[in-house]
Design a protein around this ligand. Structure first.
Ligand SMILES: Cc1cn([C@H]2C[C@H](O)[C@@H](COP(=O)(O)OP(=O)(O)OP(=O)(O)O)O2)c(=O)[nH]c1=O
Length: 194
């Protein structure tokens, strides 16, 4: 079965490219709308599904993979900051606390009427950051396209005290869970690619 990753994220592409899987990229153009009274977990699962479904409609015989990542501090969802000022506020909020990074994944093959939805949670504890170190981080310019305004794969690693759970989930694609879902539901083995 041909596979499409419904994502414009270079990180997701890179993580999946570290396996033997052959896939194409086709990005979805859904609007990421936030609904009131929706839990962070429900939200990422819904958005991952909407991204995958948008691409699956145009590719009914293919298997489409969608994902969405957010940062949740208590019950507040931190998505991508709109500017450096908001990025600064987000990092300040995360300082000296533990937050969840949640990635929703959805696998859709409309021909076989299969829709799989799941999510993975990792916990990240930030150091007690000084205002100067937050400023230094914002000046790296890596905040703006990332949930929670940081990238653990870059300078963001310097903000982190500990992590619990799957590192790749924090970067945007929980490859270990995805591998289980592909095997269990589609008989696809990432060690071999097919
Ligand atoms: C917390 C964290 C997030 N991120 C990224 C992962 C996601 O790409 C991004 C969250 O945005 P998403 O909306 O999940 O994804 P995207 O817009 O980049 O790509 P697409 O919707 O086309 O699939 O934040 C990191 O790269 N590192 C981190 O440490």
């Amino acid at each position: 079965m041909e596979i499409i990753l419904a994502s414009a994220s270079p990180r997701r592409k890179e993580i999946l490219q570290n396996t033997k899987l052959k896939f194409e990229i086709e990005k979805s153009d859904i609007e990421e709308i936030i609904l009131e009274n929706e839990s962070p977990e429900d939200m990422v699962v819904r958005l991952a599904y909407e991204k995958a479904f948008d691409v699956a409609k145009k590719n009914k015989d293919k298997l489409v993979i969608g994902a969405d990542t957010i940062v949740a501090l208590d019950n507040e969802v931190l998505g991508k900051p709109k500017d450096k000022q908001e990025a600064y506020q987000m990092i300040k909020k995360l300082s000296n606390k533990t937050h969840k990074v949640i990635t929703g994944i959805s696998l859709i093959n409309l021909k076989e009427n299969k829709v799989i939805k799941d999510y993975v949670v990792s916990c990240v504890t930030f150091k007690d950051l000084s205002d100067d170190s937050i400023k230094d981080y914002i000046n790296t310019n890596e905040s703006l396209d990332k949930a929670g305004a940081y990238g653990i794969q870059g300078y963001g690693a310097l903000l982190v005290k500990t992590i619990q759970g799957d590192y790749f989930n924090i970067v945007g694609l929980p490859i270990s869970r995805l591998s289980d879902l592909l095997k269990d539901h589609f008989d696809i083995n990432l060690f071999y690619g097919g």
